[in-house]
Write a protein that binds this ligand. Sequence first.
Ligand code: BES
Ligand code: ZN
Ligand code: ZN
Length: 503
Amino acid sequence: MNIITKKGNILEGTADLLVLGVFSGTQTLSGIAKTADRAMGGLITVAMAEEDFGGKIGDRLTMHTQDRLPARRIMLVGLGDKRTYNVEALRRVAAITVAYAAKINASTINSALMNYGLSAADAAQALTEGALLADYQYLVYKPSEIKRRAKLTVPTLTIVEMEAVLVRAAEKGIAVGEIYSRGAIYARDLVNEPASRMTPAHLRDHAERLAANDQNIKLKVYDRVACEKMGMEAFLAVAKGSDAEPYFLHLMYRPNEVNKTHKKITIVGKGLTFDSGGLSLQPAWSQEIMKCDMAGAAAVLGLFAVLPDMELNVEVHGLIAACENMPSGKAVHPGDIVTAMNGKSIEILNTDAEGRLTLADAMSYAVKKIKPDAMVDLATLTGACMVTLGKDIAGLMSNDDKLSARLGAAAVAAGEAVCPLPLPTDYAPLIIGDHADLRNIQRGRWGGTITAGIFLQEFVDGTPWAHLDIAGPAFNENEDFYYVKKGGTGYGVRLLLNWLQTL
Ligand code: BES
Ligand code: ZN
Ligand code: ZN
C-alpha cells in the first residue's frame, strides 16, 4: 500500500473510494460531509437514518456515487465520541478503510486527514500505521496467494487536504508512520515464522543482517562456549535440552552525533524460539502458540530494523538470549541449581519458568558490561499475566516511577496498552530458594506475574528498569481486530519508538 498526500478539494478528486469521518451522535452533517451529501442529493442523510449508522468506531456506511461525485464510491466511517477521539481511533478507522477497500478491490482511496483536535502530523502517522498494519498478511507459506496479490495493483491511499501547511505536516507524519509500521511488521514476520525455521541461529542471522546493513549498528555474538566463559549458567541451562545451538546477541546502535548528554538505553527481549516447557512439559494446547515466545526478541530486532531511520540521539543496546526450551536426555532437571552471571544461585524447580532464567543472565550482562541509564525488558513471561489483564494488555513492573510513567504515556500514544503492577517487597520471600539464593517459581499458587517481576529485579542491581510482560498482547489467536491481525502483533516496537523519541 502506498500512502501519499494531495493538496486540493477531496470532493473533486477521482478515486475508487472516498472516505470521510463522522463522529457518533451526529444528527446533521457538517463540513465536507454536508457538501458531499448535497452533491449526492441528500442520499447520505437518508442512508444514515435508514441504515442506523451511529458513527461508532467500526461503523461504516458505503454507497455508489453514480457519478454525482468524481469518486466511484463514498464511505462514511465512524470516528466514535468526539470527546475521546485520539490517534488510536484514527488507526482503527484506517484499518476499517483498508478492509473495505480490499473487499471492493479499490486501488485508489482518497481520505480526509480527520485530524479533529489532533496535530496533522500525529493524525497522518496514525492513519499510516493503521493502514499499513491492517494491510499486513503473513503469506510466506501461501505462494498462490502471493501470486494472486502480485497481479493486483498496489492500492494507493491519498490524504487530501486543502491547506498546504496541513499537507506538509501530513507528509512528515506519513514518513514516521511508515517507519513505525515497518518496525512492527518486521517483528510480526519473525514471530509468525514457525520454530523449525525460526531457530536461535536464525535470530542471529537477522541481527547480523541488521548490523551489516547499517554502519551505526554493531553486533556481538556469543556462542555457547563464550556464554559459559561469562558465567551464564541460567541461560545455558534452558538451552541444554535442545539440539539447536543457543546464541547471546548484543546489538548496539550509536547515533552519528554523539554528544556527551545522550542517554544509554538497554532493551532486553525474551528470545525463546520455542517453549515446549522442557521436562515440565506444557500441554499440547498451549504449545500450539509457543513459537511466539521470542516476541520480545522480535520487538528488539524490529526496533533495530528502523532505529537508524529515526535519527534519535540515544545510544540503544539490544540484548537477546536466544535458545529453545526442549525436553531430552540432556535437558535441565527440575531441582537443578545454577549460578547466574551476577553470582546468584537459582533452584530450577519448574523448567517451564525458563524465560526469567534467560533474562537473568541478559540483565546481569547489561549491568556488568553496558551500565545503561535505563533498561527495559519485554518478555512473553507468564500465563498469569493474561489471567490478570486479559489478552490485550501488558503488565508493567518497574523500580522507577518516572520510567514507568513515561512508558505508560508511550503505550497510550502507540495504542499498545499496559497496566502497572506492583513489585511488593513483602513478596520477596516467595522466591527465596531452599538450597539456593532464589527459586524460579514462587511458593504457592498466587501472584505469578508479580513474583516473576520480583525475580527479575534480583538481576538489575539498582539500574532504573521496567519489565513488560507481553504474554497476552504479543500474539493474537483470535480473528483480526482492526489493525491487529491474526498471529504475531509486533507489540512493543511502536511503544519503544514512542518512548525513545521522548528521551
Ligand atoms: N512462555 C510462557 C508464558 C506464556 C504463556 C507466553 C502463554 C505466551 C502465552 C512461559 O515461559 C511459561 O511457561 N510460564 C509459566 C510459568 C510458571 C511455570 C511459573 C506459566 O505462565 O504457566
Ligand atoms: Zn515456559
Ligand atoms: Zn516461555
